[in-house]
Write a protein that binds this ligand. Structure first.
Ligand code: ZN
Ligand code: ZN
Length: 135
């Protein structure tokens, strides 16, 4: 099991296995939501993810049509987004308590990066989404 939780610990979740994908997103929305240079997200099939506590403390914000960001009502920490109509759960990587067993494989929306942040060669970066055949 790979465990994760919010800053105050009210909300927690676990994964049955390591996520398949981890990316860094430099878009302006991920920068604002994370309050940092970029967002780091792990992606795992819904069946491998479950909430272990704190459902009632989760709130969501629709940052673009149909795209939600979840956070803890108490501490404001970003939380995974698990939508019934989405095959994958998107997990802000800073929430992991255990080693998720994966490192970032790609950087997306490098065209929107923060002016103070220098992107190095690895992992590969793209101005917007990675090409469809990347994974
Ligand atoms: Zn919290
Ligand atoms: Zn983004």
């Amino acid at each position: 099991m790979i465990r994760g939780s919010c800053l105050c610990g009210a909300v927690a979740f676990e994964l049955a296995q390591a996520p398949e994908i981890m990316n860094l997103c430099h878009c302006s929305m991920c920068r604002k939501a994370s309050g940092s240079s970029y967002g780091t997200f792990a992606h795992i099939k819904r069946g491998q993810f479950r909430w272990t506590r704190g459902d009632a403390e989760i709130t969501r914000y629709e940052s673009s049509p149909g795209n939600f960001r979840a956070f803890c009502k108490i501490c404001g920490a970003n939380l995974p987004v698990s939508d019934a109509d989405d095959d994958y759960v998107c997990i802000p990587a800073g929430t992991f308590d255990d080693d998720p067993g994966i490192a970032p494989q790609v950087q997306i929306f490098a065209g929107s990066k923060a002016p103070w942040h220098e992107i190095t060669d690895q992992p590969p970066s793209f101005d917007e989404f990675e090409p469809e055949d990347f994974f």
